[in-house]
Design a protein around this ligand. Structure first.
Ligand code: FAD
Ligand code: NAD
Length: 367
C-alpha cells in the first residue's frame, strides 16, 4: 500500500542484492532515485544484526537482517549518485563462502513512512567537552566504527541517557566547526565526529547529567529528524536568520552551507537575541566572519544588558524586524529561518506574517 502511495508520487520501491568474494560481502541498495547522497543512508551493525535505512523523501527503505556469519566491526559505504545506487562493503571475519546473507529482522526490505520508523539509537563516545560561554559547552561525540550516519543541515537528533533507571531523551541540533578556525581534527575521522552546542541548565533534567559524563563515557544518539530541505535555498538571494539563545544551533550549518553553496546569494543576516553579552555564543567568531565575508552581517540584541551595552536592546518586535528584514533588491527571493524559545518563535512568526512574508519564505525550527 505504501509502495503504491509512493509510486503515485513518482519513485518506485527500492530493492537490494548482495554478492561476495573470499573476504568481502557487498550489499547493494538500488534506490531508483537520483538525489541520493551519503546523508541519505544510515547503517548500523550491532552484534550480527545489520540495519541500513535509506531516506527517500518522506519514506525510509529498511534493510534489516541477522547476518549468517560474523563480520568485522567497520565497513565502507559508497553512493553512486547518478544512478542512486548504494554499496556497503562488509569484511568477513572468516573466508568461508556464505550461502545466504542472513535472516530477516524487523521491517526488513520494506518502505515505510519516515514518521513510523521509530527512533533507532547507537552508542557514541564522548570525545571532548569545552566551555563556550558561562553555561554553554561544545560536546564532541564519536560514532562507533559500526555506524554510518550524517546529520543533514537543519535536522536534529535525540540524545538518550539512563538517569536513575529511567531513559531520558532530548533533541539536539549538531553544529559544524566552520566558525572555529583553530580547530584541529584528524581529517580521516571527519564523518565520525558530531558536535553539539548545549546549554547546561543547573536545575534541568537532562543537561546536568550530560555535563557530568566523563570523556570516554557513552551517550545514545538517534537517527536524524526534521523537515528542513536544502531545496529551500534554491535561487535564494537574501537569507535572514533569527536566533535566540541556543536557537542559534541550526543556524551554524545553514550559515556555512549558504555561504559556500548558493551562488545566487547576495546577503545573509543574523539577528541573535540573548539576555546578556556573556550569553552570546561564538560572538568573536561571528564578528570575524562578518569582517571576512561582506555578504554576512550579524546583529546582537540583548534583553537584559548592562548599562554599558550600546547595541540593540529588547525582545523580538515589529520595529526590530522591519528595520532588519530589508531585501537587497525589491523582489529578491528571501528565506527567513527562526529558532529559539517557543514564545520567541511563535511571536516571531506572527510578526513576520504581519510584515507580509509568506509561509514559503519562513522556516521555523520547532520540536
Ligand atoms: P529541563 O528539565 O527541560 O529544564 C530546562 C529549564 O526549564 C530549567 O531551567 C528548568 O528549571 C525549566 N523548567 C522545566 N520545566 C519547567 C516548567 N514546567 N515551567 C517553567 N520552567 C521549567 N538545546 C541546546 O542546548 N542545544 C541544541 O542544539 C538544542 N537543540 C534542540 C533541538 C530541538 C528540535 C529542540 C526541540 C530543542 C533543542 N534544544 C537544544 C533544547 C533541549 O532539547 C532541551 O530542552 C534542553 O537541553 C533542556 O533540557 P534539560 O532536561 O536539561 O532541562
Ligand atoms: P534564553 O532564556 O537565554 O533566551 C534567549 C533570548 O530569547 C532572550 O534574550 C529573549 O530575546 C528571547 N526570549 C526568551 N523568552 C522569550 C519570550 N517569552 N518571548 C520572547 N522572546 C523570548 O534562551 P535559551 O535558554 O538559550 O533557550 C533556547 C531555546 O531554544 C530553548 O527553549 C530550546 O529548546 C530552543 N531550541 C530549539 C531548537 C529547535 O527547535 N530546533 C533548537 C535549539 C534550541
Amino acid at each position: 500500500q505504501v509502495s503504491d502511495a509512493l509510486a503515485k508520487e513518482g519513485p518506485s520501491s527500492p530493492s537490494y542484492d548482495w554478492f561476495q568474494t573470499d573476504s568481502l560481502v557487498t550489499i547493494v541498495i538500488y534506490t531508483k532515485q537520483k538525489d541520493i547522497n551519503l546523508d541519505s543512508i544510515i547503517v548500523d551493525h550491532q552484534d550480527n544484526s545489520f540495519r541500513a535505512e535509506t531516506v527517500i523523501k518522506d519514506y525510509s527503505y529498511i534493510m534489516h537482517v541477522g547476518l549468517s556469519h560474523e563480520v568485522e566491526e567497520d565497513f565502507s559505504v559508497r553512493v553512486v549518485e547518478n544512478v542512486g545506487k548504494i554499496e556497503i562493503v562488509l569484511k568477513k571475519k572468516e573466508t568461508t563462502s556464505w550461502k545466504r546473507l542472513g535472516h530477516p529482522l524487523e521491517n526488513h526490505n520494506s518502505l515505510i513512512p519516515r514518521k513510523d520508523t521509530g527512533l533507532y539509537y547507537r552508542k557514541c563516545q564522548l570525545i571532548s567537552k569545552e566551555g563556550v560561554t558561562h553555561d554553554t559547552k561544545l560536546f564532541c561525540l564519536m560514532l562507533p566504527p559500526s555506524a554510518h550516519l550524517q546529520v543533514p543541515i537543519g535536522q536534529h537528533v535525540y540524545l538518550k541517557l539512563t538517569i536513575t533507571g529511567t531513559e531520558i531523551v532530548k533533541p539536539y541540533t549538531p553544529v559544524s566547526d566552520f566558525l572555529l578556525s583553530e580547530f584541529k581534527e584528524p581529517v580521516l575521522l571527519n564523518n565520525k565526529y558530531i558536535y553539539f552546542l548545549i546549554k547546561i541548565y543547573p536545575d534541568g533534567l537532562f543537561t546536568p547529567e550530560l555535563d557530568h559524563l566523563q570523556i570516554g563515557d557513552s551517550v545514545s544518539l538517534s537517527n536524524p529528524e526534521g523537515n528542513f530541505k536544502t531545496s529551500q535555498f534554491q535561487e535564494l538571494e537574501d537569507l535572514f536568520l533569527l536566533a535566540a539563545g541556543t536557537g542559534f544551533t541550526p543556524m551554524v550549518k545553514i550559515l556555512n552551507y549558504a555561504l559556500t553553496n548558493i551562488p545566487s546569494l547576495r546577503k545573509v543576516k543574523l539577528m541573535f537575541f540573548n539576555k546578556t553579552e556573556d550569553d552570546i555564543i561564538w560572538r568573536s567568531q561571528l564578528e570575524k566572519l562578518a569582517f571576512k565575508d561582506k555578504r554576512f552581517d550579524v546583529e546582537f540584541v540583548l534583553s537584559a544588558p548592562t548599562s554599558e551595552w550600546n547595541g540593540k536592546r529588547g525582545h523580538i518586535s515589529p520595529a526590530l524586524l522591519s528595520e532588519f528584514l530589508k531585501r537587497s533588491l525589491d523582489k529578491s527571493k528571501v528565506l527567513i529561518c527562526i529558532c529559539g524559545p517557543t514564545p520567541f518563535t511563535e511571536q516571531g512568526i506572527r510578526l513576520l506574517h504581519e510584515l507580509n512574508f509568506s509561509k514559503d519564505e519562513i522556516h521555523s525550527f520547532t520540536a
